[in-house]
Design a protein around this ligand. Structure first.
Ligand SMILES: Cc1cc2nc3c(=O)[nH]c(=O)nc-3n(C[C@H](O)[C@H](O)[C@H](O)COP(=O)(O)OP(=O)(O)OC[C@H]3O[C@@H](n4cnc5c(N)ncnc54)[C@H](O)[C@@H]3O)c2cc1C
Length: 358
């Protein structure tokens, strides 16, 4: 197996900047992206038609560090199309559907472990943004549970479970119900939340109410908790959720649950920052900020190297701030604006640092 000079985690603006610069400096590299597309993070988080601005942070001056990645006030769909053309033109090496699980230090290099494979590299750049999905927290494996609704038609003819108590979950429930109704499919959409109360905005609630009144087959499960991810005797990945438990006098409990094939489960349970991922990888973080409002921030050298030599972190993953460690060991909080410009500039600098150390 080849050992890459650098494996980049995430094909956002930061990850692509790393790839373009690595190619220019003659470093071998591959990008691992967990989504099905380049710029998956942007595709997932920008509203349709949103204009993408080439904003430059106050403390910086132009030009944009890599011209091909510069947005120009165009709608996000056009920007993503332009980026896809750029990926083709630069022949950027990307492996899609590769979700980082672990980075293991070997004698001279790292073993970068994803859900299905592993890769070897002398350096790893974490460019995975800030939208790390909240873990389902179940016993066993639940990796094949979807986090968004790609195609409602995929759920026609099967009971579908939507997990989560907020607006995004409600939108998915309404969209699924509408698609099933249009196809005259009577299978229900179960909407489950671990709490008793769902929290949605008025407009979302109105759309959902309308969907129910029009005949949508929506069943609500309050206090429903995902428990086990399992494979059944037919080899189907299933998710078991507990829906009720009844106490008996002698300490026994009667549990009621429901089990769904994971391909018909959509978990809309939010995202969190990357601090727990940095902790899992053993990277140093320090508490910074005003008393009572301290937050954990990753510690990096001025060249974006983390506390384990050869691991770097850039872009939105280190926004809105990180801690710079100088050569004499002094620590200083560094603001880091969450912008495309910043992610691209970080990527260029991290690769230059890797090339310098090679
Ligand atoms: C609604 C919205 C509007 C914005 N508008 C603008 C704007 O107009 N102009 C501007 O300059 N900035 C804007 N921003 C900010 C800008 O989008 C970010 O600064 C930029 O996307 C950060 O790039 P990144 O490469 O660091 O992270 P991301 O773009 O988040 O890319 C990270 C990539 O890593 C992948 N990934 C995550 N976890 C894993 C894993 N475990 N394994 C493998 N891959 C993984 C993700 O799927 C994603 O594709 C906006 C942000 C939002 C949310």
């Amino acid at each position: 197996m080849d050992i890459y000079d650098v494996v980049v985690i995430g094909a956002g603006p930061g990850g692509l900047a790393c790839a373009i610069k690595a190619k220019e400096l003659g470093l071998s590299y591959v990008i691992l992206e967990k989504g099905t597309s380049v710029f998956q993070g942007i595709i997932d988080s920008y509203p349709k038609g949103k204009k993408v601005y080439p904003t430059i942070p106050k403390a910086e001056t132009g030009p944009f560090p890599i011209e091909d990645l510069e947005p120009s006030h165009e709608p996000v769909e056009e920007y993503v199309a332009k980026i896809n053309a750029c990926v083709e033109q630069h022949r950027i090496a990307i492996q899609l559907g590769e979700d980082l699980q672990d980075i293991v230090k070997e004698e001279k290099d790292f073993r970068v472990v994803t859900g299905q494979n592993y890769y070897r590299a002398f350096n790893v750049i974490l460019a995975f943004g800030r939208n790390i999905p909240v873990d389902l927290g179940v016993y066993g494996d639940a990796k094949t549970v979807a986090r968004r609704l790609d195609n409602p038609e995929d759920h026609i003819g099967a009971s579908t479970l939507v997990l989560g108590g907020g607006n995004s979950a409600a939108d998915i429930v309404a969209a699924l119900s509408k698609a099933k109704r249009a196809a005259e499919d009577e299978t229900p959409v179960y909407w489950a939340h671990r709490r008793e109360q769902f929290k949605v905005d008025k407009d979302v609630a109105r759309d959902l109410g309308e969907e129910i009144l029009l005949g949508g087959n929506i069943r609500i499960l309050q206090g429903a908790i995902p428990v086990i991810g399992d494979v059944d005797k037919d080899g189907v990945d299933r998710l078991l959720i507990g829906v009720r438990s009844v106490d008996y006098d002698d300490g026994m409990k009667l549990h009621k649950g429901m089990s769904f094939p994971m391909k018909h489960v959509i978990a809309c349970i939010g995202t969190r920052g990357p601090a727990p991922v940095f902790a899992r990888l053993g990277l140093r973080q320090e508490m910074v900020g005003k008393a009572g409002k301290e937050t954990k921030r990753i510690v990096l050298t001025p060249g974006f190297q983390a506390s384990i030599e050869g691991i770097y972190a850039i872009g939105a993953a280190i926004s809105p701030a990180y801690v710079v460690i100088e050569e004499d060991g002094t620590l200083e909080r560094q603001k880091h604006v969450d912008l495309i410009f910043t992610a691209v500039s970080d990527g260029v600098q991290a690769i230059e640092e890797i090339a310098r150390r090679k």
